[in-house]
Design a protein around this ligand. Structure first.
Ligand code: FES
Length: 99
């Protein structure tokens, strides 16, 4: 079963407002075990006059003015797909959709 994407903007505006701290917290809390963490060069949201940075995208959900605790909580609130601790549920149809 694929993990939900967690994209963290590492563009200059987001970095100056704490994106690096968010990424460190994500790694420290081992959120990469639950979501597929990636860095994004710039979502282009730094152009918004209302100030949206740091920007993070969890699946199709935007998290603006993100903080470490907001991201940790957003991942913690995801439904648990594991059947037992450390055991990932096996998708019986995965073989039909493998590329
Ligand atoms: S630097 Fe993050 S949206 Fe542009």
């Amino acid at each position: 079963m694929s993990r939900l994407a967690l994209q963290i903007c590492r563009g200059p505006t987001c970095r100056s407002l704490g994106a690096d701290d968010i990424l460190k917290a994500v790694r420290r809390k081992r959120l990469q075990d639950r979501v597929a963490v990636s860095e994004y060069h710039c979502f282009g949201r730094c152009e918004a006059p209302e100030g949206l940075c740091p920007c993070v995208k969890l699946g199709d959900r935007w998290i603006f003015n993100a903080t470490e605790s907001m991201i940790i909580q957003a991942v913690a609130d995801l439904p648990d797909t594991r059947t037992n601790a450390g055991e990932t549920e096996i998708d019986p149809f995965a073989k039909y959709f493998a590329d």
